[in-house]
Design a binder for this molecule. Sequence first.
Ligand code: NDP
Length: 336
Amino acid sequence: MVKSKKWIMAKVFDGTPKQDDFKLLEEELPPVQDGEILLEGLYFSVDPYMRGYDLSGLVGHQMVGSQVAKVLESKHKDYKPGDLVMGYFGWRSHTVHHGDKSLGLGDPKIKPYILPDFQGLSPSLGLGVLGMPGNTAYFGFLEICKPKAGETVVVNAAAGAVGMHVGQIAKIKGCRVIGFAGSDEKVEWLKNDIGFDAAFNYKKVEVEKALAESAPSGVDCYFDNVGGEMSSIIMDNMNLFGRVSVCGAISAYNETVKPKATVIQGTLIKKQLKLEGFLVYRWDDRWMEGIKQNLEWIKEGKLKYQETITNGFENMPKAFIEMLEGKNFGKAVIKA
Ligand code: NDP
């Protein structure tokens, strides 16, 4: 009999999540039936959507989320013991899963899949640069912003999993890149290690002044991870026919009263901007294309990545809270 540990949501989040919003439980798993697999989680993901989405219906239930897990036992023809699988099994250490089912938050169409060959790189990257955040950057930036060489691109949460990736794709495409991030250390890394043309600590600078200094000819593409007033200011500094990819609104996720920001409609009209929100699962039919391209860029030395790894399944709430506080550098991952 296999026992699984699982984190449930004990309370509705009120502001920034707290340790006692979560509770660790243990349960016995049923024996594996035909068509099922038994998995052991190796790496777990904590992501902003776990705070951005309304999860109040989950109180008393297991937290949602993705993990890279190892198949321990299989009664499904497509899986064998030892396979590494990416799936939305939630915050749980062991899982018995019906191998044909799709599962997860908001029914993402991404069914669990065996990780492609990462050519020696860590399987944990299947939760980051070679997984959902990597594809968010790849599809969300290229398909919506359609950047052209020589254009100026702005990205915020720029030292996070999606942001640092977007900035580097922009460099690969020959653009000038300006990033906003929440610490001096992050800013230095963006400029010195991954070639951002300019980067600013948004906690210390005025965004308007930073743009006047770094983008005097205006911004052509804006990849928005943050939302709020910062976005209104950036859009106000965009060029005619600029494109905005609306990826996230993390500045508002922990707010109990949703913040208000300067009206942008006048700017959208005057500058004839295109503004489009997206969910990365829009490109589920091209999922492996994104992973393959991102892996190729890593192997060519064109794409760097960072992971902030927290050890121990029991530290998942801590890692989640710290990610929301900006303590992560690149993808926040928990190692079992
Ligand atoms: P990150 O790795 O970027 O981690 C979150 C970061 O957000 C923190 O490190 C912190 O960095 C920053 N942050 C926290 N609070 C604020 C704030 N008030 N203002 C500005 N920045 C803040 O996470 P991801 O890369 O996984 O996600 C980035 C964004 O992309 C999120 O908004 C997320 O919801 C969105 N997303 C959307 C998807 C989609 O399909 N549309 C898919 C995946 C992600 P700092 O130190 O810079 O403050």
